[in-house]
Design a protein around this ligand. Structure first.
Ligand code: HQG
Length: 187
């Protein structure tokens, strides 16, 4: 028997907890969280799974997914980053590493170096702690990948807020172009 595909489940969870909770009939609290059981019931009533989902399936994605996309606390689940819908109180401001990276595509470079990094369709700009991760993020968009370095310590000193997403992802509201440099060594 075909079992639950955890990549599909992770994508459905991301859609529900980052982008379109109303599509499966749930509402998120101001920190972006929902009762675990409410999410499970909603995913089950939407259907399309080879069997009924249970808490173990969700925890499999939470604990063993590649990117620590979700957090579970006190019976509630939330996405840790990636939201396109506004979520107040979802992120904890903290001190970033001295240097962060952003992988993007060459066609966006001119606009980025003019306007800085903008959240675009999401609530936050997403930054990486290392070049390989930034490469993976940039490559998702196709075309030639370009790596930008962000002088995060100077930006933080100047008052720009940073938030930790997961071990390799940091978030910010906007990174003005004066903190960006093109990392020619890592193109
Ligand atoms: C670009 C995945 C023009 C930006 C990844 C990026 C990440 C600009 C695109 C997370 C711009 C937005 C997010 C400006 C930024 N002008 N283009 N001023 N400012 N951009 O997908 O960072 O697998 O929303 O360079 O791993 O690529 O979903 O953001 O190319 O952590 O968990 O606008 O999504 O995580 O694209 O990726 P995205 P992203 P998950």
């Amino acid at each position: 028997m075909v079992d639950v595909n955890y990549t599909s489940l992770s994508k459905a969870m991301s859609k529900a907890l980052r982008h379109r909770p109303e599509r499966i009939g749930i509402a998120l609290a101001s920190d972006g969280s929902v009762e675990l059981q409410t999410l499970i019931d909603a995913l089950n009533s939407r259907g399309g799974w080879p069997r009924m989902l249970d808490e173990d399936d969700i925890m499999q994605v939470v604990e063993h997914g590649s990117k620590q996309r979700f957090a579970v606390e006190n019976g509630r689940i939330r996405a840790r980053y990636g939201h396109s819908i506004p979520v107040r109180e979802a992120y904890d401001r903290s001190e970033p590493p001295a240097v962060l990276y952003h992988g993007t595509t060459k066609v966006r470079l001119e606009s980025i170096m003019r306007e800085g990094l903008q959240p675009m369709g999401r609530q936050k700009v997403h930054l990486s702690t290392d070049v390989p991760t930034a490469h993976q993020v940039g490559a998702r968009h196709g075309g030639q990948t370009v790596i930008l370095t962000i002088d995060a310590s100077r930006a933080a000193r100047d008052g720009i807020a940073f938030y930790c997403g997961n071990d390799s992802t940091w978030l910010a509201d906007h990174i003005p172009a004066c903190y960006l440099a093109i990392d020619r060594d890592n193109d």
